[in-house]
Design a protein around this ligand. Structure first.
Ligand code: DAH
Length: 347
């Protein structure tokens, strides 16, 4: 028998068999027998290689046409059986309404959103209001107005993504590297007393590793009023740390440098896991740095039109991912944004 005849014989048998199929189980058996790996059709296809080239092309074409036809017939039959089944259930009235419903998969908030909300709450409870600002920011607000002029080395720690290549800091657009520009934006349009926080996403041109991401969430804190001192800064941030990490926390302030505050500090809490004796989480130091802060630079206050002899202010900026990592014991920041459901389900 020629290959063509063989294929046609297979085809007509397959069509006859399909006509007799009346349920899903039989249809699956038919599929395996006719289109499966061990089907006669497949063995014909496999043996094509032994034919001379011109015959092989012709036989291959016929076999493929047949295969497509059978695939199509399978789909049609499947639908037909499905429709029949629904019609049968409807007429026989055999829908069991007493069966328990399928559970609806309830979603939940992303761990960063949860932590961000707790951070926000810790300040709102102390009388702060929440503001927001643009993620695409002017160079002016992100750097210049915060006393980080063009070519200043402080910019090197905050390389970012530029939206355009204008060189003028008043019009140049970039993705903000921190939430601090909103200090300026808010002071420009408000008079003291000021008590605001600004949560939001920030961006940096980073090579990612377990503690660096190119997008992180921050929360900025700003208070300006008559007579605010470092003591107010300490009190407010201490209360924040206790709310997030437990009432028994201790805090440590050390000098740090940020262009827009004077003096600048970094704040650490005693390690809530080992209580200060040293462990992996605190890198054996007993202390964990959680934020940068300081007294608003007097030069900025005057630029905003406030008299620095009357008004003083404090500011702070914290990274939400870092706080979430500490709270939940997550050892790699990149887990938060890989969208792996097995990770996210745990929160
Ligand atoms: N913006 C700084 C950063 O992203 C953090 C910071 C430090 C914010 C000191 C402040 C501050 O408001 O006073 O690295």
């Amino acid at each position: 028998m020629s290959v063509k005849d063989q294929i046609e014989a297979i085809a007509s048998e397959a069509r006859d068999q399909l006509a007799g199929v009346t349920d899903a189980g039989a249809l699956e058996e038919w599929r395996i027998a006719v289109l499966g790996r061990k089907s006669p059709l497949q063995s014909v296809l496999r043996s094509l290689g032994e034919l001379p080239a011109d015959m092989r092309r012709e036989a291959g074409r016929i076999a493929n046409v047949l295969k497509q036809e059978l695939d199509g017939a399978l789909d049609v039959k499947r639908e037909e059986l499905g429709r029949q089944k629904i019609a049968e259930t409807e007429t026989s009235g055999r829908i069991d309404v007493s069966l328990p419903a399928r559970p609806i998969g309830a979603g939940r908030l992303h761990p960063i959103t949860q932590t961000q909300r707790d951070v926000v709450h810790a300040f709102v409870a102390q009388g702060f209001s929440v503001i927001e600002g643009p993620e695409v920011e002017l160079d002016y607000y992100n750097f210049e107005a915060l006393r980080i002029p063009k070519d200043h080395p402080a910019r090197e720690l905050m390389d970012t993504f530029y939206i355009d290549r204008e060189d003028d800091s008043d019009t140049k657009l970039l993705l903000r590297t921190h939430t601090s520009p909103n200090q300026i934006r808010f002071m420009e349009s408000h008079d003291p007393p000021i008590r605001v926080i600004c949560p939001g996403r920030t961006y940096r041109n980073e090579a990612t590793d377990p503690s660096h991401e190119w997008m992180i969430t921050q929360t900025e804190v700003l208070a300006v009023d008559r007579g605010l001192t470092l003591a107010h800064l300490k009190g407010t941030l201490f209360e924040f740390a206790k709310r997030l990490f437990g009432r028994e926390r201790k805090i440590r302030f050390r000098c740090d440098f940020f262009r827009f505050v004077e003096p600048g500090v970094d704040m650490a809490i005693d390690c809530f896991l080992c209580g200060g004796s040293g462990c992996r989480t605190c890198k054996q130091e007993g202390w964990i740095e959680i934020l940068g802060a300081g007294m608003v630079h007097p030069e900025i206050l005057s630029k905003m039109g406030y008299d620095p002899d009357i008004y003083t202010g404090f500011a702070a900026g914290l990274g939400v991912e870092r706080i979430a990592m500490l709270r939940y014991g997550v050892d790699d920041i990149r887990h938060f944004y890989e969208n792996d459901i097995r990770f996210l389900r745990q929160f």
